[in-house]
Write a protein that binds this ligand. Structure first.
Ligand code: IYR
Length: 224
């Protein structure tokens, strides 16, 4: 059957606010987002599955190249799978921290206090493993996706915002290399791991690094 390749449009129904309210919303959203912190000390307090699934649905509203939505979110709460992920991640990280990362890189991480041990991979009630899909398998055919890194990066940004908005905390974790995730989670060949994100409540006495964000003047260039 021939594919229908005609453009198809529906009316756009924008959400409109009075100008004063727009400014107020931009301030309050900044206040909210500026309170987001990457957390490494997790509580094992359970998180309702419905809450985390709704958050993933929000992540999946992100824009993507040709609307291909080239992502899969693996949601892991099985303790045996979490343990396997922790063991594999720590094996790689041990090598990273003992010679694979440059001295400059290790120095850059000193203020964050990270090391090869990753207990949060078992403590956090959920691990979300984001996979990027370079292509879709349609029978024997491989259908290409576009701007996959950009698209999945955007979806992950939405994911982190939704986690924070719901009152949970997350860590954007990048064990490297992370092909072990594809094996442990038995993902097909067209899916490659992108980020590993433990999600949950912070531990009671959780601490975060004392770091600051760049000012507007440092990140903004105006024309004119
Ligand atoms: N993947 C390692 C190292 C690490 C790298 C960066 I760049 C960070 O911002 C934090 C950690 C780890 O997870 O410890």
């Amino acid at each position: 059957m021939e594919k229908d390749l005609q453009p198809r449009f529906i009316p756009f129904r924008p959400t409109a606010y009075p100008p004063g309210e727009m400014l107020e919303r931009s301030h309050s959203f900044y206040e909210l987002m500026n309170r987001r912190r990457t957390v490494r000390d997790f509580s094992d307090k359970p998180v309702p599955a419905e809450l985390i699934e709704q958050i993933i649905l929000t992540a999946s509203t992100a824009p993507s190249g040709a609307n291909k939505q080239p992502w899969t979110f693996c949601l892991v709460s099985d303790p045996a799978i979490k343990k396997a992920i922790r063991e594999a991640a720590e094996k790689e990280e041990y090598t990273n921290y003992h010679g694979r990362m440059s001295d400059e890189w290790l120095d850059d991480l000193k203020t964050l206090g990270t090391n090869w041990e990753k207990p949060f991979l078992e403590t956090a009630p959920y691990l979300i493993v984001v996979f990027k899909k370079s292509w879709e398998q349609a029978g024997a055919e491989k259908l290409k996706n576009y701007y996959v890194m950009e698209s999945v990066g955007l979806a992950t940004g939405f994911l982190l915002a939704a986690i924070h908005y719901a009152g949970l905390v997350a860590l954007t974790h990048t064990p490297s290399p992370m092909n072990f995730l594809q094996e442990i989670l038995k993902r097909p060949e067209n899916e490659k791991p992108f980020l590993l994100i433990p999600v949950g409540y912070p531990a009671e006495n959780a601490e975060v690094p004392d770091i600051s964000r760049k000012s507007l003047e440092e990140v903004l260039v105006r024309y004119p």
